[in-house]
Design a protein around this ligand. Structure first.
Ligand code: B12
Length: 142
């Protein structure tokens, strides 16, 4: 999958275009699934957004610290395990504790996540797939 993504990336990423926003993305702490996260990353880049990829097993504080230091408008959290999706709630809390909750939008996704969960933890946006995630991120960056 990752090899395929590497081949497709030059065709999807817009070249010579000024970035329309800055986003950081990662799979939450305790979770090593990254295929979906990597597809979302590729689609975000294809929409002209600058993407900081934090990789997998990312602690809540790292998402928030990165957003604060790098000036990201959106934090994208991915989770594939029901046991790790609660880390997304920690990201929301960490953003509040760091005083940047009003400056950053938090997007959540991954197979076990749904709109109800997004609302319950106070995140800003949930979408089901990479294409809609990229469209939503562009809107949030505006
Ligand atoms: C591939 C896979 C693995 C690979 C991961 C390889 C990798 N580099 O990612 C390996 C073999 C390593 C693995 C390990 C494990 N896995 Co696994 N794995 C899967 C599997 C088969 C596919 C997941 C996948 O990649 N789907 C394809 C991608 C494209 O879909 P996606 O991630 O959902 O992403 C899309 C959307 O959700 C969305 N999206 C994703 N992220 C984001 C983020 C944002 C912000 C937004 C908006 C949208 C979005 O866009 C994406 C593209 O459209 C699933 C079963 C399944 N059929 O889903 C099990 C599954 C997720 N794994 C499971 C389990 C239990 C494990 C292990 C715990 C097994 C074990 N006992 O060791 C370990 C966990 C290790 C860890 N700590 O993370 C369970 C989870 C059950 C649960 N309820 O939590 C599943 C559901 C299998 C099962 N039926 O039991 N796994």
């Amino acid at each position: 999958m990752n090899m395929g993504v590497t081949i497709l990336k030059p065709y999807l990423a817009s070249s010579g275009v000024q970035a329309t926003g800055k986003v950081c993305i990662g799979t939450v702490q305790g979770d090593l699934h990254d295929i979906g996260k990597n597809i979302v990353k590729m689609m975000l880049e294809g929409k002209g957004l600058e993407v900081i990829d934090l990789g997998t097993d990312v602690p809540a504080e790292t998402f928030v610290q990165t957003a604060k230091e790098q000036g990201c408008q959106v934090i994208c959290c991915s989770a594939l395990l029901t046991t790790t999706m609660d880390v997304m709630a920690d990201v929301v809390k960490a953003a509040e504790a760091a005083g940047i909750r009003d400056q950053v939008k938090i997007m959540v996704g991954g197979a076990p996540v749904n709109q109800e969960f997004c609302d319950a933890i106070g995140a800003d946006c949930y979408t089901t797939d990479a294409a809609s995630a990229a469209d939503a991120a562009v809107e949030l960056c505006k």
